[in-house]
Write a protein that binds this ligand. Structure first.
Ligand code: TNX
Length: 514
């Protein structure tokens, strides 16, 4: 590989003038520190994956799972210190290196092999995602390819700007099966995003089995926007998603939206309605016209049961209780309700998250607000941050990937405006809201609402190419993420991989595709 000719605003080119898709200069997210060299390593049928520590074996297996199908090589995982005749990929946990951030890693490639060092398995995993991009795009194939499996030479030192990097998926408006969610998780992992927020309940469907309230799924799950058949995750399936995510160092955050957006629960149980009658099935896209009945004791028994069952099947530290668009309630009613619900989450040992309206209830300091506003002028949110609340940043103008790219986009919505590809990248998670300090920001999170998103292919179209941009804002240093004209070349260099992965991405004319 060449190491010259890299100017600002120009991705690295190969000798034939085309973008060198696997150059160290073209990584997304861009690492903290990169020094490329000419000393490439070539993977062969003799390469071994070497781990020094049992704790690294899971990551080694994941890596082998990525490399074996396309290379057709055996790539045995060997514990201890041994090198194959043609070198090895070595994954090393170095707990003594206090200079490595818990999610960070160091990667070194020379003619003898590849070494990834980290203080935690999560860091090794991030390093593996980097290694993946240093190989030719054909590495993404799921069948054997004939290629020269060259890894670009050099050294990388890398760690995230924000420890929290999230992606939300609405499985309520349209239901997505376990396989689709697993694929979504894989896209997150590919771009070093480490939290999956599942919007599990809404007016149009209840998507998670709750033993103590079986009608939620017996009656409340068989619908979706447009009248489709819906669906839900059994507890076993939910655990399968959680475990799959764990192998990719992704934490699942379940959201049970309340007290609004509860039409599916109100349709399942008459007693949750103030008038004692079951609500009609909802297959439309109205928002804000449903609420649990706040005057009934059974409502609080219901949320306590649901919160405790969801907490019990969720190993991650967070539980999201929605709290958006409860338009039928007064501020006092809403705040009183939240001041009952939030302690229930804390009681279950989870940290509560809510859409940023929840901060208006003046909840305990550990409550996290997820900002979904459209303006930098949000004094209530700034005041809550000042009072100690942390924020997850999902501004609808930039991070709502259900917004259309432009007026010609068929999928998606436009209530927050259009979000062309540069806009999803041209913002700063820590600088969006006036008067909020970076120390209050946990990190960015993309949202993907599914009013008219029905299939994996639809998901891919809205995600790519915007999602890798937001993922980079979450991972990479601020000083390296403020130039769309530089980023667009690295983004373009990802597309040969997406082609091999068969991702249905939007071929925006604003990206200089190779
Ligand atoms: C607003 S954002 C909503 C959702 C919709 C979304 C569509 C938020 C907290 N609530 O109910 O699906 O807009 O973009």
């Amino acid at each position: 590989a060449l190491s010259t000719g890299i100017g600002v605003g120009m991705a690295k080119q190969g000798t034939d003038g085309t973008t060198d898709t696997s150059a160290m200069e073209n990584l997304v997210p861009v690492p903290v520190d990169v020094k490329s060299s000419e000393a490439d390593y070539t993977l062969t049928e003799n390469t071994v994956i070497e781990v020094r520590d049992g704790e690294a074996t899971g990551v080694a297996e994941y890596l082998a799972g990525l490399l074996r199908p396309s290379t057709g090589y055996e790539l045995p995982i060997i514990e201890g210190s041994s090198t194959g005749p043609d070198g090895s990929i070595s994954l090393r946990l170095a707990p003594d290196s206090s200079d490595i951030h818990s999610q960070g890693y160091r990667l070194q490639v020379n003619a003898d092999g590849v070494q990834i060092r980290a203080s935690e398995p999560a860091g090794l995993f991030a390093g593996v995602q980097t290694l993946r991009q240093l190989l030719p795009p054909a590495i993404e194939a799921d069948t054997e390819q004939s290629a020269e499996w060259t890894v670009s030479g050099g050294r990388i030192r890398d760690y995230p700007r924000f420890t929290y990097r999230g992606a939300h998926l609405d499985v309520a408006r349209h239901f997505f099966d376990v396989e689709t969610v697993k694929q979504y998780i894989d896209y997150l992992a590919q771009y070093k995003v480490n939290h999956l927020h599942l919007h599990l309940t809404d007016d149009q469907g209840w998507r998670i089995e709750i033993d103590s309230w079986p009608n939620l799924t017996d009656e409340g799950a068989d619908s979706e926007v447009g009248g489709g058949s819906g669906g839900y995750y059994t507890k076993e399936e939910y655990k399968e998603i959680v475990q799959y995510a764990q192998t990719r160092f992704v934490t699942v955050i379940p959201e049970i939206d309340m007290p609004g957006h509860t039409g599916a629960a109100l349709e399942s149980y008459a007693e949750l309605n103030c008038d004692g009658e079951k609500r009609q099935e909802d297959t439309g896209t109205n928002v804000g016209d449903t609420s649990l009945c706040l005057d009934k004791e059974v409502t609080y028994e219901f949320i306590e049961d649901v919160i405790s069952e969801v907490a019990e099947m969720t190993p991650g530290p967070y539980l999201h209780i929605g709290g958006d668009e409860a338009h039928t309630l007064s501020d006092k009613e809403y705040n009183d309700f939240m001041n009952c619900a939030i302690p229930m989450v804390i009681e279950q040992g989870k940290r509560p998250i809510g859409w940023h309206q929840i901060l208006g209830a003046d909840p305990p300091e550990q409550t996290i607000g997820q900002f979904w506003g459209t303006s930098s002028d949000a004094p209530e949110v700034a005041a809550a941050a000042e009072a100690g609340h942390e924020l997850i940043m999902s501004p609808a103008t930039d991070a709502y990937l259900d917004m259309k790219y432009n007026e010609d986009t068929e999928l998606g919505l436009d209530w927050a405006g259009y979000t062309p590809v540069p806009d999803a990248y041209d913002w700063d998670p820590a600088g969006y809201i006036d008067g909020v300090d970076e120390s209050s920001i946990m990190g960015p999170e993309t949202a993907l609402w599914s009013e008219n998103i029905r299939t994996l292919s639809d998901i891919e179209f809205m995600l790519f190419p915007r999602f890798p941009g937001v993922a980079e804002l979450g991972w990479s240093p601020e000083a390296k993420t403020d130039d769309w004209d530089e980023f667009k070349h690295r983004l373009a260099a990802q597309s040969p991989r997406w082609n091999v992965q068969d991702i249905n991405y939007y071929q925006s004319p604003q990206v200089p595709w190779p």
